[in-house]
Every structure is written in C-alpha cells, then in structure tokens.
Write a protein that binds this ligand. Structure first.
Ligand code: G3P
Length: 217
C-alpha cells in the first residue's frame, strides 16, 4: 500500500519525507487555504521535496476552465497530479488530460457508481472519502470494499486512493481490502507507530541495558 500525506504544511511534509514512508502528497483548496501560502508556490515546493505524485486541485468547475487551470498546474513539475471533481465536466477533463499523459486524481467520490465512471474516464486515482461517508452515518469502508472489488473484476488501471482518513483502523481495513493508496493526515501517519507495549518494552530494555554498564560505541 502506498502512503500519501494529506496536507499542504511544508514543515510536516519535510519532516515525514525524511521517514522514507511517503509515496506522494495530496492537497485540496481547504488545505491550501489553511497553509496561508500561494497555491502554485507551495505545490512547486512540495514537488521538489516528494518525488511521487503531488495532487493539485483545480478551482474551475467547467471543462474549459478546468483544462486551462490544468495546463498551468502541469507546468509546475512533472510529478503534479491534476485533481478534478467528480462531475461530468471534471470527468471529461480527466479523460482528455489522461489521454494527454497527465496523472489525474478524481476527488469527492462518495459512491461506487461514481468510482466506475472515474475508472472509465481513465483516472489515475479515484478518491473515495471514507471519513465523510462515516460522518453521515453510512459505512465508509463498505464503499472502499465495493470499489476495490469492482475494479478488480475489470482490471481497471485506476488506483483506489482512500481519502478523508480519520484513524489507523481506516488504514488497516483499507490495506486488508487491497486499496492501492491511503492519503493520511500527518497525525494519523504518526499514530500508526503507536503501541503501549512498544513503549513499555523499550523502557524495560533501556533500563536493563543501563544496568550492564556497557556501551555499543
Ligand atoms: O483531501 C481529500 C480528503 O482527504 C479530505 O479529508 O478530512 O477533509 O474529510 P477530510
């Protein structure tokens, strides 16, 4: 499973990139607004830190505007992945951009039917929002399972990018289902390390080691 990080916070991206665990980055207009930075500048900087796909979302909703914005974003770096909304115009743009060699992430997916349309539009990634589906009392992980199963039936090239992840259980369940990618808020990625028995065991080992009076170097 590939790990992307869902943030436009450069300090977080730099810090987590050094872990060797990052395969890409996703941003959205809300995350860009939160960063307080210029959109194109911040995307350029992220692309220079992480070599994998960096999703940059268009703001236009009509085909012509989406294509104009995508042309600008594609020039920023080779690893920019154009993020488009799951709408008729977004998917039309997805098809054209993908045929032209661009990576495309189709966002705001909340149903298996929408995911099928994105795969048929040659999306590189489909982003189902698991947390937001859970938030309205539906089963977000069932959506992921349905999409993974459907894509496997037809060998679609589109990768399932699990978005709106709220905690480690979403990540584990998505990995068990065979989702290709999870995009994680930094805190969720860090939380994957945590286990009380690791902390307890390490404390005991260090105590016992100190008791030996030895040093390795
Ligand atoms: O970037 C898309 C998605 O991951 C947003 O998640 O937490 O705003 O529902 P969230």
């Amino acid at each position: 499973m590939k790990f992307f990080i869902d943030t436009a916070d450069l300090a977080e991206i730099k810090s987590l990139a050094s872990s060797g665990l990052l395969d890409g980055v996703t941003t959205n207009p809300s995350l860009i607004a939160k960063s307080g930075r210029d959109f194109k500048e911040v995307i350029k900087e992220i692309c220079s830190i992480v070599p994998g796909p960096v999703s940059a979302e268009v703001a236009g909703t009509e085909y012509d505007q989406i294509m104009k914005e995508a042309a600008v974003l594609r020039k920023i770096a080779d690893n920019v992945c154009i993020k488009v909304p799951l709408t008729p115009d977004g998917l039309r743009a997805c098809r054209h951009l993908s045929d032209d060699g661009a990576m495309v992430n189709v966002t705001l997916c909340f149903s298996a039917a929408q995911a099928l349309l994105a795969a048929k539009s040659n999306a590189t990634f489909i982003s189902p929002f698991v947390g937001r589906v859970d938030d309205i009392g539906w089963d977000g992980m069932q959506l992921i399972s349905d999409i993974v199963e459907m894509y496997q039936n037809y060998s679609f090239k589109t990768e399932v990018l699990v978005a709106s992840v709220r905690g480690p259980l979403h990540v584990i369940e998505a990995a068990k289902m065979g989702a290709h990618v999870a995009t994680l808020p930094p805190a969720v990625l860090r939380s994957l390390f945590n286990h009380p028995l690791t902390d307890k065991g390490l404390a005991q080992f260090l105590k016992d080691w100190q008791g030996t009076g030895q040093s390795i170097v």
